[in-house]
Design a protein around this ligand. Structure first.
Ligand SMILES: [Cu+2]
Length: 133
Protein backbone atom coordinates (compact mmCIF):
# COMPACT_ATOMS: atom_id res chain seq x y z
CA UNK A 1 0.00 0.00 0.00
CA UNK A 2 1.29 3.43 -0.92
CA UNK A 3 4.47 2.03 -2.49
CA UNK A 4 5.81 3.33 -5.79
CA UNK A 5 3.77 2.33 -8.84
CA UNK A 6 5.26 -0.34 -11.07
CA UNK A 7 6.97 1.24 -14.12
CA UNK A 8 4.37 -0.11 -16.61
CA UNK A 9 1.59 1.53 -14.63
CA UNK A 10 3.43 4.86 -14.45
CA UNK A 11 3.91 4.77 -18.22
CA UNK A 12 0.23 3.98 -18.66
CA UNK A 13 -0.85 6.91 -16.50
CA UNK A 14 1.55 9.22 -18.32
CA UNK A 15 0.13 8.18 -21.69
CA UNK A 16 -3.41 8.64 -20.42
CA UNK A 17 -2.57 12.14 -19.20
CA UNK A 18 -0.99 13.07 -22.55
CA UNK A 19 -4.03 11.70 -24.40
CA UNK A 20 -6.50 13.63 -22.25
CA UNK A 21 -4.47 16.79 -22.74
CA UNK A 22 -4.42 16.30 -26.50
CA UNK A 23 -8.16 15.62 -26.70
CA UNK A 24 -9.07 18.49 -24.42
CA UNK A 25 -6.84 21.25 -25.72
CA UNK A 26 -5.66 20.62 -29.25
CA UNK A 27 -7.71 22.27 -31.99
CA UNK A 28 -8.57 19.97 -34.87
CA UNK A 29 -5.57 20.00 -37.19
CA UNK A 30 -6.48 22.08 -40.22
CA UNK A 31 -4.87 19.68 -42.67
CA UNK A 32 -7.27 16.88 -41.77
CA UNK A 33 -10.35 18.76 -42.91
CA UNK A 34 -12.02 19.03 -45.28
CA UNK A 35 -11.28 15.50 -46.36
CA UNK A 36 -9.93 14.69 -49.81
CA UNK A 37 -11.23 11.33 -50.89
CA UNK A 38 -10.90 9.19 -53.99
CA UNK A 39 -13.79 6.95 -54.99
CA UNK A 40 -13.80 4.12 -57.52
CA UNK A 41 -16.94 4.57 -59.58
CA UNK A 42 -18.49 3.03 -62.68
CA UNK A 43 -20.75 4.69 -65.18
CA UNK A 44 -21.68 5.50 -68.72
CA UNK A 45 -20.48 8.48 -70.73
CA UNK A 46 -23.45 10.86 -71.03
CA UNK A 47 -21.84 13.71 -72.96
CA UNK A 48 -18.46 14.95 -74.09
CA UNK A 49 -17.00 18.25 -75.25
CA UNK A 50 -17.72 18.93 -78.93
CA UNK A 51 -14.83 18.29 -81.31
CA UNK A 52 -14.75 21.96 -82.30
CA UNK A 53 -14.87 23.07 -78.65
CA UNK A 54 -12.65 20.68 -76.75
CA UNK A 55 -12.71 20.93 -72.99
CA UNK A 56 -11.46 19.15 -69.91
CA UNK A 57 -14.83 17.88 -68.75
CA UNK A 58 -16.99 14.80 -69.10
CA UNK A 59 -20.57 14.13 -68.14
CA UNK A 60 -21.12 10.67 -66.67
CA UNK A 61 -24.20 8.80 -65.58
CA UNK A 62 -22.68 7.13 -62.56
CA UNK A 63 -23.69 4.31 -60.25
CA UNK A 64 -24.41 5.01 -56.58
CA UNK A 65 -21.36 5.91 -54.48
CA UNK A 66 -21.98 4.16 -51.15
CA UNK A 67 -19.03 5.47 -49.15
CA UNK A 68 -19.32 9.08 -50.22
CA UNK A 69 -18.28 11.65 -47.59
CA UNK A 70 -20.11 14.97 -47.64
CA UNK A 71 -18.76 18.45 -46.94
CA UNK A 72 -19.40 18.01 -43.20
CA UNK A 73 -17.19 14.92 -43.14
CA UNK A 74 -20.20 12.70 -42.51
CA UNK A 75 -21.16 9.77 -44.75
CA UNK A 76 -23.55 10.93 -47.45
CA UNK A 77 -24.12 8.09 -49.89
CA UNK A 78 -24.68 9.47 -53.38
CA UNK A 79 -27.41 8.01 -55.54
CA UNK A 80 -26.93 7.14 -59.16
CA UNK A 81 -27.17 10.30 -61.27
CA UNK A 82 -25.72 12.13 -64.23
CA UNK A 83 -23.03 14.64 -63.34
CA UNK A 84 -20.44 16.71 -65.11
CA UNK A 85 -16.87 16.36 -63.89
CA UNK A 86 -13.64 18.06 -64.78
CA UNK A 87 -10.88 15.80 -66.01
CA UNK A 88 -7.38 15.97 -64.57
CA UNK A 89 -4.36 16.63 -66.77
CA UNK A 90 -3.13 13.42 -68.29
CA UNK A 91 -6.52 11.72 -68.42
CA UNK A 92 -7.32 11.15 -72.09
CA UNK A 93 -10.99 11.33 -73.01
CA UNK A 94 -10.40 11.78 -76.75
CA UNK A 95 -11.18 8.16 -77.62
CA UNK A 96 -14.44 8.02 -75.64
CA UNK A 97 -17.91 8.08 -77.15
CA UNK A 98 -21.29 8.75 -75.60
CA UNK A 99 -22.66 5.48 -74.21
CA UNK A 100 -19.25 3.98 -73.41
CA UNK A 101 -19.09 2.21 -70.07
CA UNK A 102 -16.18 3.27 -67.94
CA UNK A 103 -14.60 2.79 -64.55
CA UNK A 104 -13.08 5.93 -63.10
CA UNK A 105 -11.41 7.34 -60.03
CA UNK A 106 -13.25 10.35 -58.70
CA UNK A 107 -11.32 12.69 -56.45
CA UNK A 108 -13.41 14.95 -54.23
CA UNK A 109 -11.75 17.87 -52.48
CA UNK A 110 -14.30 19.96 -50.60
CA UNK A 111 -11.81 22.77 -50.11
CA UNK A 112 -11.19 23.29 -53.83
CA UNK A 113 -13.20 25.40 -56.26
CA UNK A 114 -13.23 22.40 -58.55
CA UNK A 115 -14.43 19.89 -56.01
CA UNK A 116 -14.92 16.72 -58.03
CA UNK A 117 -12.79 15.60 -60.87
CA UNK A 118 -11.81 12.45 -62.69
CA UNK A 119 -8.18 11.53 -62.06
CA UNK A 120 -8.13 8.16 -63.86
CA UNK A 121 -10.40 6.39 -66.25
CA UNK A 122 -10.56 3.11 -68.14
CA UNK A 123 -13.08 1.61 -70.54
CA UNK A 124 -15.23 -1.32 -69.45
CA UNK A 125 -16.49 -4.02 -71.81
CA UNK A 126 -19.54 -2.71 -73.74
CA UNK A 127 -21.77 -5.43 -72.25
CA UNK A 128 -20.90 -4.47 -68.63
CA UNK A 129 -24.09 -4.36 -66.56
CA UNK A 130 -24.44 -1.12 -64.63
CA UNK A 131 -26.89 -0.44 -61.82
CA UNK A 132 -28.50 3.01 -61.88
CA UNK A 133 -31.10 2.33 -59.17
CU1 LIG B 1 -23.25 12.33 -58.46
Amino acid sequence: MGGPLPPQMRLGLALLAVTLLAVGCAPEPIDQWPPVKVYSVRGEVASLPAADRPGDWISIRHEAIEGFIGITGEPEPMDAMTMRFSVADGVDISSLAVGDRIAFELEVDWSADDRAHVIALEPLPPDTELDFQ
